[in-house]
Design a protein around this ligand. Sequence first.
Ligand code: EPU
Length: 314
Amino acid sequence: MSSAGSAPSHNSPEKWSALFSGMLSPEAVIRTGEPLARRTTMRVGGPADVYVEPASEADLAQVLRICGEHDIPWLVLGRGSNVLFRDGGYAGVVISLSQSAFARIEVAAPEINCGAGARLKDVAYQAKAAGLSGFEFMEGIPGTVGGGLRMNAGAMGGAMFDLVSLVRLMGPDGQVRGCLPAQMKVEYRRCATLKDHVAISTVLRGEPAAREEIEQRMDAFNRKRWGSQPALPSAGCMFKNPRDVSAGKLIDELGLKGTRVGGAVVSLKHGNFIVNEGNATAQDVCRLIELIRERALVERGVELDPEVEIVGRE
Ligand code: EPU
């Protein structure tokens, strides 16, 4: 076994990658220079210095411990719908919980035990099949359970933590513990506890309901979404809604729909979406974000706070 003391300098992606190879199971995926644009819904941004798919909780614990010992920045990437990597890529380790060890969805009505890597859409469909209501809003969110918890993702009046009865999370030391929602820092579109802890799985509690009723609600949400939100690549809503106004309405009122920087455009359909017309760079998107924030502040005195996490090198 290697130890921190035996190798003083582990400061390059190749060295990080070698450290992981020595400590993780053979099923783990470890790559350097992994392109990230295709792993985000906005489809922009540079590569990850190192990309890891742990094959088990033990692998994940090793990754976090190694990162801690060597001061290597890390983040967990779900389906990439709420993160924007800058064009210079991510100087650290991007962890994906996409292997099957993290993807289970087990229904024990009225609860569903979900792995962090499970897709929200799949959870919504399993809930419907089991006659459990409360999960309908998840159907249209292109995210994973872990990402949904981290962001306290929501839509159509529902949000993730409305359903949570327990989260199993791993600390930077690799230890796993169960946490009640009351023990976690949760707010609108953010769970600060999951900034330095990784959600492994969660128990979500629904309400028994007739399947037709659930189906109708899901259909109505679906129609509303397709009617009001763009289909082009985007990161969903770009800004959190300020206290008294919808960010989309505000941006619309400012006449900013259609405003363009390079390949990034404020959607004509919904003002709070920036869409990638195909050739946008992360810099285009960031410039457009700044332009919108500036106009909202100068003309309306409103500070728009990005909902999307912007990370990586310029
Ligand atoms: N509106 C406009 N112009 C626009 C956009 C919206 O006038 O360009 C008006 C709408 O007509 C409506 C109001 O603003 O009267 C609110 O719009 P909408 O119903 O679309 O809701 P939202 O507040 O913009 C929120 C969530 C969405 C979620 C929808 C549907 C946030 C930041 N956004 O949007 O979540 O899908 O409700 O429930 O909380 C996301 O978080 O990524 C996201 C897309």
